[in-house]
Design a binder for this molecule. Structure first.
Ligand code: 6CS
Length: 296
C-alpha cells in the first residue's frame, strides 16, 4: 500500500544527525516556568499542525517499517501508514518526512526538527525516559542476515559473542543493546549507517552477521545474493514501537491515542499492519506502559 504522503524533497534530504542543541542551564524558577511554557507549547502543537495541514515526521527508510516509496517522494511503511490514518482522523492530512538514523531521532525530536518519530523506534525503558510514546503499533521479532549456509551457526547474539565474530547493527539501536548485553565486545559491534550498507558489509566479509528486525531482514534479502536469514533469534524479545513525541506534547500524544484506539476498534489498524506483513494482535495485547517498563 503506498501512502498518499508528501515528503518534500528538501525535507527528505535534510541531513539531520547533528547533536541536538543543549538547552542552557537555568535556575529552578526558570526551569519550572520553562516546564509550564513547554507544556503550553506542547498543547499548541496539535493546533499548529492542524492549521499548517501537515506534520513533520522522522523515519528511517527501512522497509517494511518505514520507507521512501517507489516514486522517490512519498513516504510509506507500516510505521508511517498507521500514523497517517490516525492523523487523518485528527484533521491532519499530510506527513512531511525526514530520513534520519535511529540514533539521531530522539535528539532531532528534542531539537524540534520534526514533530513526531514514526519509524518503528522500539519502546525501551531508556527511550521512554526521553520521549513519550503512543500506544503500540508495529511489533516484531529479530533476525540476522548471514552468508548462505550460516557458516557461523549463529542463532543468537550470544552465539556471535562466543564465536568472537563481528555483528553489524544500526547505531543507537536495540540491536546494539542486544549485542552488548550478550557479551559481544565493543570492537566486534560494527555500526551500520543504513540497511543497504549492512548487506554490502556482510557480502564483503566485514561483518559475520547483520542484526535487524525479522521483517526488515526478510525484505532486504529479497534482492540480496548469497545470503540467508536466521530468526527469530533466541534470547531477544518481541519489540514494539509506537509514535514518539516530545514530553511537552502530552496533549498531542493523548489525542493521537484516542484516534489510534478508534482505528484499532474499526479494524483498519489490523488491515494496515497485515498489508505490510505485520501481526496486529501483538500490538493490541500490550501497552506502552508495559513496554516502557521492559515488561511488554
Ligand atoms: O528501534 C530500533 O532500535 C530498531 N527499530 C527498527 C524498526 N529497526 C532497527 C532499529 O534499530
Amino acid at each position: 500500500m503506498l501512502g498518499a504522503l508528501a515528503a518534500s524533497p528538501a525535507a527528505l534530504l535534510a541531513a539531520c544527525g547533528e547533536d541536538a542543541a543543549t538547552p542552557a542551564e537555568g535556575d529552578a524558577t526558570s526551569a519550572a516556568t520553562g516546564g509550564a511554557a513547554a507544556a503550553a507549547a506542547g498543547a499548541d502543537t496539535l493546533e499548529r499542525v492542524r492549521e499548517q495541514g501537515f506534520v513533520r515526521i522522522a523515519f528511517a527508510n527501512e522497509p517494511p517499517y518505514s520507507e521512501v516509496a517507489e516514486d522517490g517522494v512519498s513516504v510509506t511503511g507500516a510505521a508511517v501508514e498507521v500514523p497517517r490514518a490516525v492523523l487523518a482522523r485528527l484533521g491532519v492530512d499530510e506527513l512531511d518526512g525526514v530520513v534520519i538514523a535511529y540514533d539521531a531521532m530522539i535528539p532531532g525530536l528534542q531539537a524540534e526538527r520534526f514533530d513526531m518519530v514514526t519509524a518503528g523506534l522500539f519502546m525501551t525503558p531508556e527511550r521512554c525516559e526521553q520521549v513519550i510514546y503512543s500506544e503500540p503499533d508495529v511489533c516484531g521479532t529479530e533476525s540476522f542476515a548471514v552468508l548462505e549456509g550460516n557458516p557461523g551457526g549463529f542463532a543468537s547474539y550470544e552465539d556471535v559473542a562466543a564465536a568472537g565474530a563481528k555483528v553489524g547493527v544500526p547505531g543507537g539501536s536495540v540491536e546494539a543493546d542486544y549485542a552488548a548485553e550478550a557479551g559481544v565486545p565493543d570492537g566486534d559491534i560494527v555500526v551500520i549507517p543504513d540497511s543497504r550498507s549492512g548487506i554490502e558489509a556482510l557480502q564483503a566479509g566485514r561483518i559475520d552477521a547483520y542484526g535487524l528486525p525479522s521483517l526488515s531482514i526478510k525484505n532486504l534479502l529479497e534482492t540480496a545474493e548469497g545470503l540467508e536469514d536466521v530468526g527469530p533469534l533466541d534470547g531477544v524479545p518481541v519489540a514494539c514501537a509506537g509514535a514518539a513525541f516530545r514530553p511537552s506534547d502530552e496533549a498531542f500524544r493523548d489525542a493521537y491515542n484516542e484516534a489510534l484506539q478508534e482505528l484499532k476498534d474499526s479494524g483498519e489498524f489490523a488491515e494496515i499492519l497485515e498489508s505490510f506483513g505485520f501481526p496486529s494482535d501483538v500490538a493490541m495485547e500490550t501497552t506502552a506502559e508495559q513496554l516502557c517498563a521492559g515488561e511488554g
